[in-house]
Design a binder for this molecule. Structure first.
Ligand code: SF4
Ligand code: SF4
Ligand code: FES
Length: 249
């Protein structure tokens, strides 16, 4: 017989004016290879059909099951109950708009982030669909692919002190996205144009550098390296602007 796991789960329905944020207690017997996804599904099916949470892939790919698990943002589908204590508290990710209980709207946040960072290749080159695709150096392609592995789960934003204090802070996911375009040789944006997007307190200069983002990223993205890269690049760009020895191109 497995442990009787004690769950404390945040409950709140923002659509119901009578709903008051509260913690609700559940108990569930642990089974072999039980993940938090399995536990929540069983709680909903066997005890409380009103419980709201998000899942899609169950394989750490879609990013929709992110929540705060015993105080730390993480993916529920990748959390093995056997590695957890007998008491598990669950909250929705902070920073994002709550939909209900453990479900938040990361989509609106990420769409706005793509708009702010102009998250697409900027080029004046004409596209000719009849031509073969242009080749890219393998090492550069792999570097870009490494940063493209972000699943937009929102864990890095939820764990970020600055993002929790300032809703308009871009956060590690957005800065990682910018770094991805900076190393892409097809993107023709100048240093000055990048500076205009992230060279502020809402961008790289608002980052406190304590790296909670990298600690919680379930895909182990090299966020520390990217934040350092951007800080150096934008720091030099700022100095060039201050001393006006040579303005960023
Ligand atoms: S290092 Fe920067 S982006 Fe990462 S959690 Fe800290 S303040 Fe946020
Ligand atoms: S950088 Fe990591 S933690 Fe942040 S959204 Fe992407 S996968 Fe999630
Ligand atoms: S359900 Fe897709 S990442 Fe967990």
């Amino acid at each position: 017989m497995g442990r009787n796991i004690h769950f404390e789960i945040f409950r709140y329905n923002p659509q119901d004016t009578a709903s008051i944020p509260r913690m609700q207690t559940y108990f569930l017997e642990e089974t072999i290879n039980m993940t938090l996804f399995i536990a929540l599904t069983r709680l909903r099916e066997e005890q409380d059909p009103s419980l709201v949470f998000d899942f899609c892939c169950r394989a750490g790919i879609c990013g929709s099951c992110a929540m705060v698990i015993n105080g730390r943002p993480g993916l529920a589908c990748q959390t093995q109950i056997k590695n957890m204590p007998g008491h598990i508290s669950l909250h929705p990710l902070p920073v994002f708009k709550i939909i209900g209980d453990l479900s938040v709207d990361t989509g609106v946040w990420f769409r706005e982030m793509y708009r702010k960072t102009e998250s697409w290749i900027h080029t004046r080159a004409e596209v000719d669909p009849t031509l073969e695709e242009a080749r890219m150096d393998n090492a550069v392609a792999e570097e870009i692919y490494e940063l493209e592995r972000c699943i937009e789960c929102g864990c890095c934003i939820a764990a970020c002190g600055t993002a929790n204090l300032r809703p308009d802070f871009m956060g590690a996911a957005a800065l990682n996205r910018i770094a991805r375009f900076m190393i892409d040789p097809r993107d023709e944006r100048s240093e000055r144009e990048y500076f205009d997007i992230i060279g502020t307190d809402f961008g790289i200069f608002g980052c406190m550098g304590l790296l909670a983002c990298e600690d919680v990223c379930p895909k182990q993205l090299p966020l520390q390296d990217q934040l350092g890269f951007l800080r150096r690049k934008m720091g030099f760009a700022a100095l060039r602007q201050i001393f006006k020895t040579s303005r960023p191109a």
